[in-house]
Every structure is written in structure tokens, then in C-alpha cells.
Design a protein around this ligand. Structure first.
Ligand SMILES: [Zn+2]
Length: 112
């Protein structure tokens, strides 16, 4: 008894199965974490985006969301009010009910 070699039809079936497997494979595993932070002392808000590819840290960017002028010696008291998590197979979001640590949603600069 000898092992039958795959026929043309069988090769075709194998090829189709491989094509289906490749089509079903998830794209490059990546995820992105977004943190939204505010400083209740000066009203500034910023967004920090961290990108991961193949579960390895890839890049981090910080962009201002709200910009108020601050004194040169001001030290921000960053507080996270929201965060998002997006990956190739899941999504989540969470956040505080208000934007600033002291419970405010808007911040108006105090006029001297
Ligand atoms: Zn500040």
C-alpha cells in the first residue's frame, strides 16, 4: 500500500483553505492607549497617545487639548479624567464624570 499523492483537486482544496486562513488572520496586533489628563490648577488639558505594535511600545505623543498660559514656575498636577483603549480585537473607554479633579467641567482663567 502506498500513500496517495495529492491530486490536483486536493491541492486546490489545500490552496483554498490556506487562502481562507490568511484572510481570517487578524491584522498586525497593535493597540493604542489614549489618556486624557487635566490640571485643575491651571485648566490645561492634554492627550497622551501611546502606540504599541506586536505588543511592543512603538511611540508616544502628547498633544495639548486646552491651553492656558501658566506661570513659569507652575507645576502641573496632572489628573487623568478619561482613557481609551483600542486594539485590533477590542475597544474600551472609561472616564471620570467631570473633567477636572475638583469636579468642574470647564475652567475659566482667573483674571488678575
Ligand atoms: Zn497646571
Amino acid at each position: 500500500m502506498r500513500l496517495a499523492r495529492p491530486t490536483k483537486i486536493e491541492w486546490l482544496v489545500i490552496g483554498v483553505m490556506l487562502a481562507v486562513l490568511v484572510a481570517l488572520m487578524p491584522p498586525t496586533p497593535h493597540h493604542r492607549e489614549t489618556r486624557l489628563e487635566s490640571c485643575h490648577l491651571c485648566g490645561n488639558c492634554r492627550r497622551i497617545v501611546r502606540e504599541f505594535r506586536w505588543w511592543r511600545f512603538s511611540s508616544e505623543t502628547t498633544e495639548p487639548v486646552e491651553t492656558f498660559t501658566v506661570d513659569e514656575d507652575h507645576e502641573h498636577d496632572w489628573w487623568q479624567y478619561a482613557s481609551y483603549y483600542i486594539s485590533y480585537n477590542m475597544k474600551s473607554a472609561g472616564g471620570a464624570p467631570y473633567r477636572y479633579q475638583d469636579g468642574r467641567n470647564t475652567w475659566t482663567p482667573s483674571t488678575p
